[in-house]
Every structure is written in C-alpha cells, then in structure tokens.
Design a protein around this ligand. Sequence first.
Ligand SMILES: O=C(O)c1cc2cc(O)c(O)cc2[nH]1
Length: 355
Amino acid sequence: MPHEKDNNYLSPPTSPLNSGFDTIESPLPSPAFSYQSGDDFSSPYSPYGHASQTHANTLHQSFGADNLTRTISYDSPGSPSIKRSGTKKSAKDTAYFKEVFSVRDEPVVPKTAGIWVEFQTNINLHNTPTLLTSLTAYLAHRYKVPPLTILLDISHSSHLSLGGTSEGCYTLTVSAVHSISPTVNKRQAIMLQQWIWENLGLAANRGIIRFNLVECANWATGGDTVLGTMEKEEVKRTGTNSGMIRGMSRRGGSRKEKEKKEGGLRGFSRREKRGERIMEEEGMMEDFPVKETGGKMEQKGLGEIEREMEKMEVEDLGKYSQETLADERPKTEQKPADKPKRKKSVFDIFSRGQK
Ligand SMILES: O=C(O)c1cc2cc(O)c(O)cc2[nH]1
C-alpha cells in the first residue's frame, strides 16, 4: 500500500499481523517481579548457625573406643571414591551461599513496568482509535508483553519533515526499562517498519525509530519508580536491601566504564545484554513471516536488511560492526558487488612481508 499524501484508507487492515487483540496471544500479566530460577534465598538459619550446621554435616565422624582415633567416613577432598553421606547440598544451601557470596542471578527488571511508544507522523490519519488498538496489539505481540502495559501515543498531521520534503514520514520512539538491546532492536526495527509500511503506507526509509533503554530509577508507575518497587520486593523477599538492585541500575562514571569493559562486546552494558538474553529465552527473537510481504519491502530497500537479518544468528552479537551497519543501508546506497572486507588476523599481520 503506497503512501498517499492524504491518507484515506479506512478499509479494515489486511495484514495478518493486524487483526486486533483476539488473535494476539495475550499472556496473563506476569507477577510484578520475576526472579530467575533457583533464587530462593531465604535461609531458616542465621548466617553463622547455618554455616556451622553445614560444617558439622561435612565433618561427620565417629570416635573409636580409645576416644583418640576416629573412623573417617569421607575421602580426601575431591575424591569420588567414597560416596559421602549426608553432605548433599540442598537447594536452600546453594541459594544461601549464592546470597552470601553475591553470585546469585541478577534480578530481572519486571516487564510489567510497561513500554512507552510514541508514533508521530505528518500524514493525516482518519481512524486513530482503531490504529491505537491495532498497533498496541502488534507491539504487545512483538515485545511479548500484555497490551495493558503498553502506552501508545499517536500524533498525526504533525509538522514533520524528513529530507526537507513534506512527503509522508514518521518517528517512532520505543522506551522501556527492558527488552531494548542491540540485537533485539535490529529485529524490532525491521518488523515495526514493515508493519507501518503495510498498515499506513509509510516506507521504512521515511521513518526513524529511536529505542530508549531507560534506567529503572527514571521510570515510574503505580506511584513508585521501578527501582523503588524492586528494592521493596527485595526487602520483602530477603529481609534486607543488599544494594545490589540499586547497583545494577546505577550508570555513569566509573561503573559505567567498568560495565562496558566487563560487557565486552562492542561496549554494551551487561544490562543491555541481559535484556537480550531474556528476550531470547522468551522467544522474542522469533521472526514473523516476513517473506509474505517481502516484495513490497524489497522496493523500499528493506529486502536486503531482511536477508541480512535472516542470516544473523542471535549469538552473532560479536560480529556486529560498522561493516554490518553499512550493509544495512538501503540498496541504492550500496556498491553492487561489495564484498565485506575480511578483518586482518594476527596471522595476516605477521605474514604481510611474505606475500
Ligand atoms: O488513517 C487512519 O486513521 C488509520 C489507518 C489505519 C490502519 C490500520 O491498520 C489500523 O488498524 C487503523 C488505522 N487507522
């Protein structure tokens, strides 16, 4: 459906992706906080009491008649030759030590915190209530969140110009405390722009999407910030506020730098990577049947990106580079037979003189 200046299509949406809430698998709102498996950190013991009890189990021994020698019921550490009895760690023990030594899984930012989507266009829309419903449903589907948690703000007939022309164009801003990460954004960009093309006739190269990963401390709903809610939840759960939640939310300064270093690949923080992992786990990286409408997208230069995306493995984060970005520009901007340059390996550097 090509863009018309005065957008008059009131006909019901034809895209299979756009049939409203009833076709959307709407998950029941998940609990406000989900912690990763095995995270029961409550210990019935005081730290020292617990430790000594475990110690007593491990060193279980009986003394001989002379009360001087003892029968050892266990082998030297690490030896599998004698099956220890009474030393099997319970899940609670493991959780306790995880808590004490701070190696537990990090809390997951609640997806119930919501997603705030702003869509602005210079075209004139005639049926915004329907659009609100159908785009909300689509976003809920893409982000695997209940539609209830999506705040959608549509502005149309805006004074917006892209490339200095008043041709139809748009901005889309997706803000959230979760589900925003480099790979996820790539996938969402193609899918969201395809939806907009199919439903509103606005070409992918006539819109810019901005993904905002917002700090939990800077996102509030229900009268509290997400950070505040998570801290309260931690206190409820463990009896203490370890400061870990605040720590994971803190950004900037040296910690940011540290996170970037630790995060490794391309300087994305662990938090951004975690968002990605969660989405992978929840199947959010699945593709929609892009091919069905591939022809249309192809005209607009997205076919190339689409193929690139299909080739891309979720784990391929490390391969993402400026070269990849260049490949994603619309076809017209690319040299036809450009082979991506292979990066020089250490071997190449050392063998340069011999070629
Ligand atoms: O022009 C409108 O107001 C308009 C277009 C459009 C397309 C669509 O798929 C919807 O679900 C609603 C809608 N409103």
